[in-house]
Design a protein around this ligand. Sequence first.
Ligand SMILES: [Zn+2]
Length: 212
Amino acid sequence: MDAPGSAYADLFHLVQGRDYFVLTTNVDHCFQKAGFDKAQLFYTQGDYGLFQCSKPCCQKTWDNEAAVRDMVLSQGFSIGERNELLLPEGAGAAMAVPMELLPKCPNCGRPLTMNLRSDDKFVEDDGWQRAAVEYETWLTAHQEKRVVFLEIGVGFNTPGIIKYNFLQQVYQNPEATYACLNLTEGPVPQAIRERSIVISGDSAQAIRELIA
Ligand SMILES: [Zn+2]
């Protein structure tokens, strides 16, 4: 399903014509659905749009949209114009997927699972490795340039991936600005406070106002 609201679309609008790169811990595929180019996107924690082997037997992933659609339709659901799930009329959905539709690893035949970092079985495939390199390359190319590190809705679950990374980048580059959108105001280190913008409140609304 598409994400509710217009935050991703507004964000995509905001970066048009700008030299940008997206670093995300979101795994819901919404950046790509909103139009962001996969080449400018590092999905560090995985992507629900990809399957991987459950063992895993290999460091590979497979696009899963067609397989997921088949499983959804097999349960009696239909899919609306906005990709929303529509419940079947009458008896309701079967809530079960026929065995033959369960996705199997093309390599070893074991069940496939979502490409999501939840334990040490997470597959970092060629696309993931390439994205990691692209992100590092982008950072290196911009380390002395005017950059806004726009942090949106990052909590303290995995702060090391985005928040501490951004704070460090801004600290090292005097031309950089740290902008933080979050429901609650987070602490900003003294060393970069005068180059920081913190907006506490609804991030989606803040983004909407940025493009207004
Ligand atoms: Zn396998």
